[in-house]
Design a binder for this molecule. Structure first.
Ligand code: ADP
Ligand code: MG
Length: 241
């Protein structure tokens, strides 16, 4: 089996707002799949459906061959689905290290002893080693993004979902985050990476473009970025938010 995750016909409405409509997608083991779409196109809602924050009105989610549509966020984390949040929410009055231990022992499948044994590798991979004993509240945006990634990694995911992890960063900072994403992927973690800026997505394996909660196009970065449909769906959309 080459798919780690498939979604079939997912729909989710909030009152009269149809956030995601009849979304089907597949994620191949080992790839970095980019998800692209303007603000409000349903990207975060799609993540919330894949991770179990919301139950879909229709459709199903299959992870490693198992239908997981009905199981909780916590159970999905235990199966190996990790995620970051668009707005990082670390525990501000805990250190970087403590944040990682909480993520590893609560979300993960580990004792504190096992978690302590792995934490240095996670810190190293995310460039946080020298900030291990800093309080999370004192971190810069870039370091909060690193910590957000590290917290997700501490749950030992097979599939990692990144929600606008480069959002709000300068180009140079975003490049550093990209390096982290690459090194995580090289360790064998499959990645789904949402951004609403096209430029970030060069170099991913495939891109799925969303338009108003629907699957618009999925293909190579070249195919998707040169698509008239994709370009049209970005016209008139502010690029700076
Ligand atoms: P994106 O992440 O692509 O910016 P979202 O998935 O956050 O898009 O939002 C898609 C649509 O669903 C938007 O119109 C948004 O206002 C709406 N929406 C998202 N979450 C909620 C919610 N919890 N309650 C009501 N409306 C929501
Ligand atoms: Mg979003």
């Amino acid at each position: 089996m080459t798919e780690i995750l498939t979604a079939e016909g997912l729909s989710k409405a909030f009152g009269s707002v149809q956030a995601v409509t009849d979304m089907s997608m597949d994620v191949r083991k080992g790839e970095i799949l980019g998800i692209l779409g303007p603000n409000g196109s349903g990207k975060t809602t799609l993540f919330n459906l894949l991770t179990g924050v919301y139950k879909p009105d229709r459709g199903r989610v299959v992870f490693n061959g198992r239908d997981i549509t009905a199981i909780s966020v916590h159970q999905r984390v235990r199966l190996g689905i990790g995620r970051t949040y668009q707005i990082p929410r670390p525990f501000g009055n805990m250190t970087v290290l403590e944040n990682l231990l909480v993520a590893a022992t609560q979300g993960g499948r580990q004792s504190e002893k096992a978690a302590r044994g792995e934490v240095d590798e996670t810190l190293e991979m995310t460039g946080l080693t020298s900030l291990k004993y800093q309080f999370a509240r004192s971190l810069t945006l870039l370091d909060r993004k690193r910590l957000e990634t590290a917290r997700a990694l501490a749950t030992r995911p097979h599939l990692l979902l990144l929600d606008e992890i480069a959002g709000g960063l300068t180009e140079a900072e975003a490049h550093q985050v990209l390096k982290i994403i690459r090194s995580v992927n090289e360790k064998g973690v499959t990645i789904i990476w949402i951004e609403h800026l096209m430029a970030m997505m060069e170099g991913v394996d495939r891109i799925l473009a969303l338009d108003q909660g629907r699957h618009l196009l999925c293909g190579s970065p070249k195919e998707v970025m040169s698509s008239e449909e994709v370009v049209a769906c970005y016209m008139g959309v502010e690029e700076d938010s």
